[in-house]
Design a protein around this ligand. Structure first.
Ligand code: NDP
Ligand code: 8X3
Length: 249
């Protein structure tokens, strides 16, 4: 039977690449993000491959999240796969000079936003006793690096929430896991450095992971047989050994 996947943060980077990968395999898509023009243009691209519905909302706003999910038409109401991907780093500062608005953004989007979206979708999964949730964490959820403080905290929280979900949803036969990448060349650093040209240097001098590499892995994770649940996957570019060890040319 054709499955339906909801992807948050589908307007860019990993989420967008995942939408294209899933579409190739005929998975119906609910694509979410705040930039509606991008959502519409991706939908236009993928309409010939699969059924696509777009939802424009900010994951920080729990009312918007609930309203958006409740507004899904019948054809898209049953969500088999949830990819909790929306998120970003905001700033890279030592804790003593960190910016409160950046801290709020990271905790509100990466942690609370993920919870709000999950809360709106999990009840239908428990009711059907079926579903698969993949949370996009990070290598930053497994180790803390200098000036990473709050971003790393938000991604450590994503891993804790993933484990908690897997335990609580175990009686319902729902698969839960995380995919945790190292450096992926997306708009991530543009957002982190707020358009500063330093962002252009982050992926220079080595071959970073590409969004398509992660999309490929996410498809692998969701296409395993029912009894196989990839619970926690860490992936680096070959040039990267951990958050602080990077072989540059
Ligand atoms: P991008 O900046 O390219 O994409 C981020 C996506 O998140 C966009 O589609 C954006 O959509 C969405 N988003 C951000 N804020 C909100 C919000 N408030 N409400 C709704 N959607 C939002 O970055 P990546 O693709 O790299 O990041 C995707 C995920 O991967 C994040 O969780 C990130 O932490 C994680 N990750 C990234 C790594 C990297 O090196 N790039 C490595 C490890 C993990 P829009 O602006 O349209 O709302
Ligand atoms: C993104 C990877 O190392 O920039 O989560 O934090 S890193």
């Amino acid at each position: 039977m054709t499955k339906t996947a909801l992807i948050t943060g589908a307007t860019s980077g990993i989420g967008k690449a995942t939408a294209y990968e899933f579409a190739k395999h005929g998975i119906n898509l609910i694509l979410c993000g705040r930039r509606s023009e991008r959502l519409e243009s991706i939908k236009k691209d993928l309409d010939s491959l699969t059924k696509v519905y777009t939802l424009c909302f900010d994951v920080r706003d729990k009312t918007q999240v609930e309203k958006a999910i409740n507004s899904l038409p019948n054809d898209f109401k049953t969500i088999d796969i949830l990819i909790n991907n929306a998120g970003n780093a905001h700033g890279l500062d030592p804790i003593q000079t960190g910016n409160l608005d950046d801290w709020d953004a990271m905790m509100d989007i990466n942690v609370k936003g993920l919870l709000y979206v999950s809360k709106a979708i999990i009840p239908q999964m428990t009711k059907r006793q079926a579903g698969h949730i993949i949370n996009i964490g990070s290598s930053a959820g497994k180790e803390v690096y200098p000036k990473g403080n709050v971003y790393c905290a938000s991604k450590h929280a994503v891993l804790a929430i993933t484990e908690g979900m897997r335990i609580d949803l175990n009686p319902f036969g729902i698969k839960v896991g995380s995919v945790n990448p190292g450096l992926v060349e997306t708009e991530f650093s543009q957002v982190r450095f707020k358009g500063d040209k330093i962002a252009d240097t982050v992926y220079k001098g080595f071959k970073a992971l590409q969004a398509e590499d992660i999309a490929d892995i996410i498809y692998f994770v969701i296409s395993r047989p029912y009894h196989v649940n990839i619970a926690d996957l860490l992936v680096f570019p070959t040039a990267q050994a951990n958050s602080t060890t990077l072989k540059k040319e």
